[in-house]
Design a protein around this ligand. Sequence first.
Ligand code: KIV
Ligand code: NA
Length: 275
Amino acid sequence: EARVTVPLLQQWKTEGRRLVMTTAYDAATARIADPVVDLILVGDSVGNVCLGFDNTLPVSMAMMNHHLEAVTRTRPRALIVADMPYLSFHLSAEETLRNAGGFMQRGASAVKLEGGAKRLDMVRALVDCEIPVMGHLGLTPQSVNVMGGFKVQGRAADDALRLLDDAHSLEAAGCFALVLEGIPTELAARATESLRIPTIGIGAGPDCSGQVLVFHDVLGLLQGHKAKFVRSYVDGFGVLQDALSRFAEDVRGGAFPTAQESYRLPEALRAAVAA
Ligand code: KIV
Ligand code: NA
């Protein structure tokens, strides 16, 4: 199938075709996701999902670049969006451009950054330098300390209106799409119908232009608390651990490897080695 582009996503919203996004963090996950989804997000969720951190704040540009390169080496047809980690787009326009430009030079087709009004200058600077920007509003995980936890946002009247305002400001600043995370259905629906650009929801109800879930959540690979909005389509953790258990059992019982799974010396040399 043809490569997914930024203008194509706008066309799909107009046609009412829902967008599908998931995350990938390396070549293996990218190859599984690519034939299936429209957008691959190299998310800073790599921090929790792959690197063992409690939240995304410790994720650095070096870590993101390492994972992004593994994904782009597989040359996906899906649109690759690289997630700007905490502190990579806060300090100055120059640093923001250098970081985002580095993502583009590594094969990303767009970047994503969290936040509304406070980040508009950075969004404009990126768009001015030919870098497509995906916004991200609502429960923005990099704001965990300000929010006092991972809590649904936009429930109070002033918060809801601010979110709609931020959404329209981001569109005006040139964002090509918005992730809406952890907000009430009605608010996401209102944003989606009043914006021209597509919205991609996660915990934002069914009325967004598309949906995103973390790869490891879709595949049930994570243990522990699962958010209400996560639907796992397979108990990946259980399935994979069961397969690994059968390997361990075969090794311990001497059933692995068999002769068919082993190499032999040429017949003429066998006696010499055996002696
Ligand atoms: O990092 C991430 O995985 C994300 C998505 C959940 C939107 O930002
Ligand atoms: Na993220």
